[in-house]
Design a protein around this ligand. Structure first.
Ligand code: LLP
Length: 463
């Protein structure tokens, strides 16, 4: 292939003025290892393989669209996080990114804990055998039923999000004869460098209790007076898809400051702080994420330093990565259905899925990459927009990318880094069927979440 090749001049120039696409990769057949799951490679015929299995076989056996998850990559990422943080800290995988019974078992085997944020996630965790003591329960409006179930099950911690919830959880725990370990989620006033909808620690949003105006200190005061609660620490989560560690540093500093105030006022040192999740991953080759050991060192150093400065013993740290563990481990496999060149603009490539299996592009303007995976090609790059089959013009999977210009209906293309918040946020829009998640490892592929069927749709429709 010609490495300097560009698509036809006007088409290229027009889109450039919009300024939101990256230039074609030097080699469209190359697979950037930061974006693709670890065992992904191309076989001698040029077809992509994961866990040693080629995509043609996967498509034939499991259909498209489908998510293929590299189990050994998932496990390796769990180990990298727990090794990086070591025995003095706790890693809680954030189940909201993607949760299934198989995932819960992998987490247990790899020694991780689990964050849940709904009754459904709690049930999945307990059903798959996660010890309740290793579960943290989150959410800004947990129902009474959810709190009762969490307390009865004996979850290791409930993260309290409001003044009402402090009282609610205390009453429920007391009624059930328990003393529930809790953390208080504070908003530290850090606005993470990310899309506004997923930034959660600046003041004007729904989560947590503000440090500002002494509100968090007041929450601590109240929690300490209630018999049903055992206050074990302070929690902060500053946003999602964050690359810059500065926000975490400010957050850690402010949380430690609160610990010092609590010590001064109440004479107790809270033993834990949780700095949340939110670490970014590579969706395209432009992204350059931090490794877990760099993150652990940065956070550990700042907490130790701040505690020393305040004369506090270093608390136990926990973190809650979701995306950074599962995100890069999966790709979505689609079959190309139609190809529509729009003269002077770009070529629309329609696939057999869309916003029902990946809402992130429509919702957050998220950037993804895409590759032709059933074969290689030396054809010139063409600027494409990969779109779905839904009745909506915003049904875009990959906004601007390059694929070879000999792309044809029937080709398989794959979008990498779809392990987090894709199946988890999938919908039945247009009565589409949510795709399966297939775990692939050492030449074996098995369905861990099956494809929905039309019978599933009709079963819920009881009118
Ligand atoms: N801990 C708490 C308290 C959280 O609220 C979240 C995510 C996490 C941990 C995990 O964050 P992660 O490491 O996965 O970034 N649907 C959005 C992301 C919403 C994140 C909500 N909370 C997206 O697709 O980007």
């Amino acid at each position: 292939m010609s490495r300097s090749a560009h698509p036809a001049g006007p088409r290229h120039a027009d889109v450039m003025t919009e300024g939101h696409y990256t230039a074609p990769a030097e080699d469209l057949n190359a697979l950037d290892e930061r974006v693709w799951a670890r065992t992904v490679t191309r076989d001698e015929h040029g077809a992509l393989t994961v866990g040693g299995i080629g995509v043609a076989r996967l498509a034939e056996e499991f259909g498209t669209p489908a998510y293929f998850l590299d189990e050994s990559d998932f496990r390796a990422r769990c180990r990298a996080w727990s090794d990086a943080f070591g025995p003095g800290a706790d890693v809680f995988y954030a189940g909201k990114a993607f949760l299934s019974r198989a995932v819960v078992r992998w987490l247990q085997e790899e020694g991780l804990n689990l964050d849940v944020c709904s009754g459904g996630e709690l049930t999945t965790a307990l059903d798959a055998g996660m010890p309740a003591a290793r579960i943290a329960f989150h959410g800004n409006n947990k129902t009474v039923d959810e709190i009762e179930r969490a307390v009865s099950a004996g979850v290791g911690r409930i993260v309290l999000d409001s003044f009402q919830e402090i009282v609610r959880v205390a009453h429920i725990a007391q009624r059930l004869g328990r003393r529930q370990p809790v953390q208080i989620r504070v908003t530290v006033g850090v606005e993470a460098h990310t899309h506004e909808f997923i930034a959660t620690a600046h003041e004007d949003q729904k989560f947590g209790i503000a440090l500002a105006d002494g509100q968090a200190a007041e929450a601590v005061r109240r929690a300490l007076t209630l018999d049903g609660l055992e206050l074990i620490g302070i929690h902060s989560h500053i946003g999602s898809q964050i690359f810059d560690m500065a926000g975490f540093e400010v957050s850690a500093r402010r949380v430690v400051q609160l610990l010092a105030e609590v010590r001064d006022e109440h004479g107790i040192e809270l033993p834990e702080i949780d700095l949340g999740g939110g670490l970014g991953i590579a969706y395209t080759s432009d992204d350059d994420p931090r490794e877990p050991h760099e993150i652990a060192k940065a956070l550990g150093d700042i907490v130790t330093r701040e505690c020393e400065a305040n004369g506090l013993a270093t608390p136990r740290i926990s973190v809650e990565p979701g995306r950074a563990i599962v995100g890069p481990t999966a790709f979505t496999l689609y079959e190309v259905g139609t190809i529509k060149p729009l003269e002077g603009l770009r070529t629309y490539v329609s696939v057999d899925g869309g916003m029902s299996d990946n809402i992130r592009t429509a919702l957050y303007d998220a950037e993804y990459s895409v590759a032709l995976v059933s074969r290689t090609s030396d054809a010139e790059p063409m600027l494409v927009r990969v779109v779905g089959k839904h009745c909506e013009s915003g049904d875009i999977v990959v906004k601007d990318a390059f694929l070879p210009s000999d792309l044809a209906p029937g080709d398989l293309i794959a979008v990498p880094a779809t392990g987090a918040y894709c199946r988890a946020m999938a919908s039945n829009y247009n009565h589409s069927l949510r795709p399966p998640v297939v775990a692939v490892r050492d030449g074996q592929a098995r369905v861990i979440v099956r494809r929905e069927t039309e019978e599933d749709l009709l079963r819920l429709d009881v009118g």
